[in-house]
Structure formats: C-alpha cells, structure tokens
Design a protein around this ligand. Structure first.
Ligand code: DAK
Length: 260
C-alpha cells in the first residue's frame, strides 16, 4: 500500500510509523487509520520486524485526535466502519506478538491518547500533552479510551479525565501511570530506539508468550489467568531460546536469541 499520511520505515529490526498530517496536527482520518492498519499488519507478518515505534512527524503533535472536520458530517454507517477499523487497528497493535512503544512527541488527544494506550508502553517528551477531550465535542471516546484508560490509571482518574476533557502534561501522565518514561524532547527518539533495540534483542518467542499471558489473562479470573501463564511458560521450554538463555547465563556470556 502506498502511504500518504504516515511515514513507515524499518531499520535494524525496528519499525517506525510516524503520523504525518502536519496541517491537521496529525489528526486521524479514515485514510490514515487504513494506512496505520496496513503498516501494523506488515509489522506483524514481517519476521525482520522485532519491535515497533509509533510517533508523530514534526514537533507539535503525536495525533491530535480523530479528524473532527471529517467526523462532523459522518453518517451512521460511516461512523460504524470508522469505529470498527479503529478498534481492529488498536487490537492488532495491542495483541501483536511484538513489543510496541508510543514515542509521544506532542499533543496526543482523544484518539491520539487511545492509540498510545494500544501500544505496550508510552515514552513521552516533556512537551507531550495527553487527554480525552471528546466530552467537549458532545461525544465520548470511541476507540477504547473508556476501557483502556481505566485499566491503566484506575477508574477514578479515568473518569476525571474523560468527564472533564482536561488535558494533562507529560509529568502528570507519568505520575498517574499513563506514561512509562519522560525525556527531554531532543532525547525522546534516541532513547525510544535504544529501548526498542534492547527489546528486539530478546527472545521473540518469550516476548510473544509474555504479551499473550498479559493480554488474555487480564480480564479473566486469577486462577484461569495463572493456568494460561502456565501454558505459556511451558511452551517457552520447548524453544531453542530457553536453552540458549539459560546456557548463556551459566556460561557467563550474552545470549544470542533466534526466536525459535
Ligand atoms: N481534527 C481536525 N483538525 C484538527 C484537529 C483534529 N482533531 N486538531 C487540530 N486540527 C487542525 C486545526 O483545525 C487547525 O487547522 P487550520 O485552522 O490551520 O486549518 C490545525 O490543525 C492547527 O490547529 P490549531 O490552530 O488549533 O493549533 P493550536 O496549537 O492552537 O492547538 C490543539 C493545538 C491540538 C490543542 C488544538 O488543535 C485542538 O484542541 N485540537 C483538537 C483536539 C481534540 O479535540 N481532539 C479530540 C478529537 S475527538 C469514534 C472513534 C474515535 C473518536 C470519535 C469517534 N468512533 C468509533 C465513532 C475520537 C474522537 C476524537 O479524538
């Protein structure tokens, strides 16, 4: 697929998807969501991709939300397909067997915050701004914000943000657990890439099993979830990576994982 609204590159096993609609603060229209879905599908399938970074091109915005101009006059059927595509894309990123980091360089509002929450981790520039301002437009979050925000920061804080529409800075987002790490703007991408490379060097199979246990264990009973974990770790013991990881430790050398 040819991309118009995102920049997509793969370097040293790290895929980077940068939202790139500077005139609209990288707002998500249907076309951009289709491109994101396509690029995320490529990342999932391509064995050369070991980790994924989502960011915003330019200095001002990650994604300033769904495109309000496009949404304003959408008919119910259009809203429905926009909704489905958005949810499928978020779930694709969240559940893909490879780690993802949102490198949040500026405004991440509404659908922007929702995209960051579909990633496994959020690293923010000191200039980043988060929020779910949908209520100010007479709507509510529509790409999982009501659910993922409450799971990440707790119900009270999620309600505070969603019911008020207030924006918060990176430091506050860090304090409430929405953001994992905060960096000076000029260090954000280097630090994120460094961390992504570190994740990419680990066992791809163990990463896949860890994400599987966390993602699918979260909403079921603790007993069922622990059983799921048991199945996942048992599978790890069938891999070369488990043998390599443990041998390397005992031989006092760095492991060379192959993902098998
Ligand atoms: N949509 C469209 N255009 C946007 C935009 C957006 N979300 N955000 C900014 N822009 C455009 C502005 O209209 C402006 O365009 P021009 O006037 O230059 O043509 C340009 O980007 C620059 O913006 P500003 O002039 O406003 O720049 P400032 O630095 O003064 O302010 C800002 C930056 C990010 C604080 C401000 O632009 C802003 O508040 N933007 C809107 C933020 C917002 O409300 N975002 C939430 C959108 S609602 C659904 C699923 C999901 C959703 C809805 C439905 N379904 C499944 C049904 C999600 C909804 C949302 O995300």
């Amino acid at each position: 697929m040819e991309y118009k609204n995102i920049l997509f590159s793969v370097e040293e096993g790290i895929a980077t998807i940068a939202f790139n609609r500077p005139k609209a603060m990288n707002a998500m229209n249907g076309e951009t969501m289709e491109e994101l879905y396509d690029a995320a599908s490529v990342c999932k399938k391509d064995s050369a991709v070991k980790a994924l970074i989502l960011t915003g091109a330019g200095e001002k915005a990650f994604v300033a939300g769904a495109d309000i101009a496009q949404m304003q006059n959408m008919k119910p059927a259009e809203i429905l397909s926009f909704m489905e595509l958005g949810h499928e894309t978020m779930r694709l990123i969240e559940t893909m067997p490879k780690p993802s980091i949102a490198a949040v360089n500026g405004y991440a509002l509404g659908g922007g915050t929702e995209i960051t929450m579909a990633c496994d981790m959020r690293f923010a520039s000191e200039k980043a701004v988060f929020g779910q301002p949908e209520i100010l437009l007479g709507i509510i979050p529509g790409w999982g914000g009501t659910q993922r925000l409450a799971r990440l920061v707790g119900m009270g804080r999620a309600k505070e943000l969603i019911l008020s529409g207030e924006q918060i800075n990176a430091q506050r987002a860090f304090e409430i657990g929405l953001v994992n790490r905060v960096y000076p703007p000029e260090a954000l991408m280097d630090e994120t890439r460094k961390f992504a490379r570190k994740l990419a060097a680990l066992s791809g199979f163990a990463t896949k099993m860890a994400k599987h246990a966390i993602n699918y264990g979260y909403d079921i009973s603790i007993d069922s979830a622990n059983r799921l974990e048991m199945q996942c770790i048992a599978q790890c013991f069938s891999t070369d990576d488990q043998k390599e990881g443990m041998s390397a430790f005992l031989e006092k050398r760095k492991p060379a994982f192959t993902g098998r």
